[in-house]
Structures are given as C-alpha cells and as structure tokens.
Design a protein around this ligand. Sequence first.
Ligand SMILES: [Fe+2]
Ligand SMILES: [Fe+2]
Length: 251
Amino acid sequence: MNEITRKLQLEAERMASKHPLPAFYTRFKAPLAVARRLFYNHPGVVRLRGIVEPEYNETLGHGVHHSSRVSIDCAALIHIETDGNHMEASAVERLMVIGIYSGVLHDISRDEQNHAQCGARKAREFLRDFSLSHEEIICVSEAIRNHEAFTSTNSSTREWARLVSDCLYDADKFRWGADTFTHMLWHMMDYQNITPRELIGKFPWGMSGAAKILETFRTATGRQFGPEIVENGLEIGREIYHYLLEHFREN
Ligand SMILES: [Fe+2]
Ligand SMILES: [Fe+2]
C-alpha cells in the first residue's frame, strides 16, 4: 500500500475509534465469543482456512480480514436466530460451523464476473473431501450464490439452509459499516491506483450504495441491528469525505 493511502487508512481508523461500537457487538458478546471459538479452533474450519486463505486476493479488500469477520458474524447470527428454537446445542453448533464454511468461502471467486455463482461452484469442490453431508454442501453453495445484494435469490425449501443463507447475507452486509471505511476502501484504492482527488469524485456514489443496503437485511436480527452498523459506517464515511475535501480538493 502506498504511503498516502496508508496515511488515509490510519486517519480513518482514528476517526472510527471515536465512534461507539454498534449494539450488535456489545449486546451479543456471548454468541460472538462462541462463533470466534469455532472459527479459530474447530478442526474442519482450521483445515479449510489453511487451504483457502492463501488463495484470497488481499488487494481487493476482500481477503482474510473480510472473510473472517463475515464468518464470525454469520455464525453469531445463526446462534442468535436459533435461540428459543429448542434445538440441541450440538445442532446449533453444527449450523454455526456450516455458516463459517460459507463465510470463509463466500468471496473465493471475488476476481471473477458473477463472483457469487463462481464461488458457489468452487465451494462445492473445496468441500468435497470435508465431512459434510451432500445437503450441507448444497447449503453452503446456495448461501454463497445468494450473498449478493440487489439480485434474485434461490430460496431453499429447508428452513435451516435458508437461515444460513440469510445470515451469510446479513453478515456480509454488516461490512458496509465501519469496515468499508477502515479497511476495504483503502485496499481497493491502492489496487486500482486511485488518487485522493479521484476518490473525492467517487465518494458520493459509494456512500449512496451503502445507504441502499440498509433496506435489504434478511434476518430479524439483521433488520434490527444492521441499519445501525451501516449508519455508523456512513458517519465515518462522511468524516473521511470532509477530511479528503479539506486536504486534497483542487483549488
Ligand atoms: Fe461477495
Ligand atoms: Fe463479501
């Protein structure tokens, strides 16, 4: 990453650190801790991450940082959404692991056109020799196919598979919060060789994209807590935009 972009990223991180954590991350500490434990310790997840993570393209801002956060939030959402369903703890944990597999693999084809469809196909190959049932593999694949905003989805008839799909979507869109402005934006800017002045021109368009996501959350928890996460990102975005105008606008 070049020096100016890195400096801008640090400035964005400084601005973001002044904002309180959105309620999702303070209210659901316990499910998030369970999700984190599975992400870092479950043998199947550790094995999959070992295979997949070297393949990520970090330069696009959708690498390990992004997929880790999507995976953990997806599993936490599954935990929250199944609370009160009288499911066995082991069944909930199994579903959380399926959610993590989906999160780890969801942007594996990020460089390709139709990356959701390509990723869905590739995920099936990756998971062939993992101890998952055929239905579980299809569930991961469908969740990945469905994770893009503003496109039609294949709705599974199985409630548990639909839940994984919806949780993956919401966890991915939570990244339109602070993560976009502290992480992804700068990697994309660096990769595409965008100057700060060019970024100023693109900024309002990017912000309007984030605002549209607000209406699209698919789980009850996502609908309740997602808008605050995205709004928090938008506020940070507005501060960065003013900073850019102040320091890089042509006179
Ligand atoms: Fe994606
Ligand atoms: Fe993603």
